[in-house]
Design a protein around this ligand. Structure first.
Ligand code: 0A1
Ligand code: ZN
Length: 881
């Protein structure tokens, strides 16, 4: 495990490497305890670098066997090797030479899941960000692009399948039951995209003919016997390949594209060139074992990794500060793909909900950082919602500002100009400036400045002057190490809505540039005057969520109700209703603590009923509208002094009121929505199930709700309905015999399917209330649970700590104590997963004082542990700072 050196990497310290590695030839002789890796590197001194410059290669926990240069074995005096570095102080005077390095690694004992490791006896690798240095000494940085040839040797019975990046380039038998395969990747790539897989796996094969008529062989490799669960992933892959040709003009470049699913993986998936490696959770699916959300995730992640082939692989990042160059852009691309495959409006609402749930708290807490950070201690901790999701929003804003056509021209120029390069955010912005002639320097602050900007908006209408005025003020809150903020360029899409629901026309506008329904906010305070407006319109702001900001709008509740019923922008219409719900929940929360704000329960219940019944709206959209803001969403909007128990009480009361007011109507709609005919994972069918399941959630609160949920569970013919019913029983009817029976039946049926059991762990970890910490503790001893498997840890401990407000934040601090112990236990095996878990306490300062003190104690316990990994120390110290 890499312990903390305290070193801080800084963007301004970037300088190109003295040496380049033009070609990399790797030979692996695989064995679980002692794999030999022979690397032969063609090294070139960069032009202008002095011949005496030392060659310093990165390593991480390596055992060196030998080193040779141009065929000459080096003697101990010629180099210095530590597990973490290989220094050749006297590199050859010739500008180009061959360096041979032999190392030995032990994949079997590697529980960090970085470098070469084994997952259920399959050899596999994970090299992003800095895992390649756990395999051999290398210039392990993304601006070193090299052409790789890889030879893998293994025992035929242990590993009949041998895969690496690129195209196959030979295979054959060796003595003593061994065999080999050679792979060659003609595209120069950084080491983080290297991959190797060897083992016994089942294959699903297909092919794709590209736009220019080349046939690409496609393979998805899974645990033998699970091939039939990979059909949806294969279909998603082919749709992704076609979409990237149509939407971005990007064609696939190798003869083969392989995906391997493994069950032990730190993240979702990895875009290694031509050989994507996936967490099997994002490959395997059928109706019996996967929910509609799982199908949607598989589609999105298959697309994401495939899209990286151009945004990440062909054009990569100069250094890790530029991570958002590939991630933000690729998330934007996968969002657009899913929007085209499914419903754009529904997809947009789901994206914004995710952004608010994960990125906003990051931006508003101690771990806030710019989309392009300037400093890091451990890069693994920067695979964040800010880099990914806010990074995607920034790309979306570029498109909003430029328009779709100029945006596409900019992307075309980006691919043309930077193909084969390791690029920066400046390079990316420049292409859009060049195609549009616009100055994006103020806009660039979105990359450089952390924090969620806020716009305060008030409006006035002067009927005599026929003038409607918006007063808009921007502010960006301070974030760690950035107390003073500069003013941002915020593209604010808007609409003026008349009493008939139609757009209100205006003659002219002053005080801001307004183009295509977008107000360009650039100053601290802008007064935007619309002339020729006879009647006071309702104003719909940040339509389509054009900018990732918070809004404080002085608006009458009547306007808000009106927009919730009539806004022609479907995102904003959802937003209006959601804001009303949130405001009501906050008011109810304050009432519990003694306040006196109106809650509008009856009006909200009535509107909920109307939305549920509105056949003009897609079922998936109605389902999203009816979902009450989560407890964490409410907490975020309250901001300070959070008491999760009071929030839960307020939320359950509003849910009950809506259910009571609409019982009859919800019940008959629930009946009408029952699935008829065979299962299909398509978006429309999934939407109907989503609506029916949210109705169940309400109906379960009414008399005989337990029986209804139990019946829903028993009669479910797919995992979406079964898991929804189990959640309702376990959460809404916690402790009931029906809940206990359903949990037991579920376990009896799926006990041997690890991915399905993750749902069982997850549902129980999410049960609200003080008793759940004990349940979760007991479940860590369950035979199906393992501290070494990231999916299991995330489903049980991750759900409990980041999605169970009342359970985790138990006032006596028991949730936090369990959490601190568990984080430290996970860390012994896997620092990366432990560090990610630890972020669950990032909003600890928002809690009321008693909980806050207990949360701090838990953080101090973690911080005080001996030999903390770089990953975990970085997170806890920033969280406490
Ligand atoms: N590039 C991947 C994310 C990823 C990052 C690190 C990993 O290993 C620890 C694995 C995957 C993506 O964006 O999908
Ligand atoms: Zn990615």
């Amino acid at each position: 495990m890499r312990t903390d050196t305290g070193h801080v990497f800084k963007l301004e310290d970037y300088r190109p490497s003295d040496y380049l590695i033009l070609e990399t030839s790797l030979v692996f002789r695989l064995s679980p305890e002692a794999t030999r890796v022979t690397a032969t590197l063609t090294i070139e001194r960069r032009d202008g670098v002095v011949a005496s410059a030392p060659l310093v290669l990165d390593g991480d926990g390596l055992t060196l066997i030998r080193v040779a240069i141009d065929g000459r074995e080096l003697q101990p005096a010629d180099f210095l090797a530590t597990p973490d570095q290989l220094t050749i102080s006297q590199a050859p005077a010739a500008p180009r030479f061959q360096l041979l390095i032999e190392t030995e690694v032990a994949p079997a004992g590697n529980e960090t899941l970085m470098g070469l490791y084994r997952s259920s006896s399959v050899y596999c690798t994970q090299c992003e960000a800095e895992g390649f240095r756990r395999i051999t000494y290398f210039l392990d940085r993304p601006d070193i692009l090299s052409v790789y040839t890889v030879r893998i040797e293994a025992k035929l019975d242990e590993a009949p399948l041998l895969l690496s990046n690129g195209n196959p380039a030979g295979s054959g038998d060796l003595a003593d039951g061994w065999h080999y395969a050679v792979w060659h990747d003609p595209f120069p790539k950084p080491s983080y995209l290297f991959a190797l897989v060897a083992g016994a796996l089942g294959k699903v094969a297909d092919s794709f003919v590209t736009l220019s008529g080349r046939t690409v062989e496609l393979g998805i490799y899974v645990e033998p016997g699970k091939e039939w669960l990979a059909g949806y992933a294969m279909d998603a892959l082919k749709r992704s390949m076609k979409w990237d040709e149509e939407a971005f003009g990007r064609e696939y470049d190798l003869d083969v594209f392989n995906i391997v699913a493994v069950s032990d993986f730190n993240m979702g998936a990895m875009e290694n060139k031509g050989l994507n490696i996936f967490n099997d959770k994002y490959v395997l699916a059928d109706e019996e074992t996967a929910t509609d959300a799982d199908f949607a995730n598989i589609e999105a992640i298959i697309a994401h990794e495939y899209f990286h082939n151009w945004t990440g692989n062909r054009i990569t990042c100069r250094d890790w500060f530029q991570l958002c160059l590939k991630e933000g852009l690729t998330v934007f691309r996968d969002h657009e793909f899913s929007a085209d495959q499914r419903s754009r409006a529904v997809k947009r609402i789901a994206e914004v909900r995710t952004l608010r749930a994960h990125q906003f708290p990051e931006d508003q807490g101690p771990l806030a950082h710019p989309v392009r950070p300037r400093r890091y201690r451990e890069i693994n901790n920067f695979y964040t919602a800010t880099v990914y999701e806010k990074g995607s929003e920034v790309v979306r804003m570029i498109r909003t500002i430029l328009g779709a056509e100029a945006f596409r021209a900019g992307m075309d120029l980006y691919f043309e100009r930077h193909d084969g390069e390791a690029a920066t955010i400046e390079d990316f912005l420049k292409v859009f400036e060049d195609v549009s002639g616009r100055d994006l320097s103020q806009f660039a602050l979105w990359y450089h400045q952390a924090g969620t900007p806020n716009l305060t908006v008030s409006s006035t209408h002067n009927p005599a002057a026929r003038e409607f005025t918006l007063e808009i003020e921007q502010s960006v809150p301070p974030t760690p190490s950035e107390s003073r903020k500069r003013l941002m360029h915020i593209p604010l899409a808007f609409g003026l809505v008349g009493a008939d629901g139609r757009p209100v026309a205006y003659d002219g506008v002053e005080g801001a540039t307004v183009e295509d329904g977008v107000i360009h906010i650039r100053k601290r305070r802008q007064v935007v005057r619309f002339s020729g407006v006879a009647e006071r319109p309702a104003v719909s702001l940040n339509r389509g969520f054009s900018a990732p900001i918070t809004l404080s709008v002085e608006q009458k509740a009547d306007d808000q109700f009106f927009l919730a019923g009539h806004d022609s922008d479907s995102f904003s219409r959802w937003q209006a209703f959601n804001t009303l719900l949130t405001d009501a929940l906050i008011a109810a929360f304050r009432q519990i603590l003694g306040g006196k704000e109106p809650v509008y329960t009856a009006r909200l219940s009535e509107l909920a009923g109307k939305i549920a019944a509105d056949e003009a709206l897609e079922p998936a959209y109605r389902a999203l509208a009816l979902a009450l803001p989560g407890e964490a969403d409410i907490a975020r909007d309250i901001g300070k002094g959070i008491d999760p128990d009071a929030i839960l009480t307020a939320r359950e009361a509003l849910a009950l009121a809506i259910a009571k007011a609409n019982g009859q109507a919800f019940s008959s709609l629930y009946d009408r929505l029952a699935d008829k005919g065979p299962f299909s994972p398509d978006a429309a069918s999934a939407g109907r199930r989503a609506l029916r399941n949210i109705l169940l959630d309400y109906l379960a609160l009414l008399p005989e709700g337990t029986e209804l949920a139990a019946r829903h569970f028993r009669s479910a013919t797919n995992m979406t309905d079964r898991a929804a019913a189990l959640t309702v029983l376990a959460h809404r009817h916690r402790g009931s015999p029906e809940a206990a029976k359903a949990l037991a039946d579920f376990e009896a049926k799926y006990g041997s399917d690890a991915l399905v059991m993750d749902k069982w762990f997850q549902i129980q970890a999410g049960v609200p209330g003080p008793q759940t910490v004990e349940t979760v503790r007991t479940l860590t001893k369950h035979a199906g649970f393992s501290m070494a498997n990231p999916n299991r840890v995330r489903s049980l401990v991750g759900t409990f700590s980041s999605a169970n407000q009342t359970g985790f934040h138990r006032p006596d601090g028991e949730g936090y104590r369990f959490f601190a112990e568990t984080v430290l236990e996970v860390e012994k095996r896997n620092p990366q997963v432990a560090a990610r878990l630890a972020t669950a306490l990032r909003s600890w300062r928002s809690l009321e004082p008693v909980r806050q003190a207990k949360a701090r104690e838990a953080l101090l316990t973690i911080a005080g542990a001996e030999n903390l990994s770089a990953d975990l120390r970085d997170i806890v110290e920033r969280t406490l700072a």
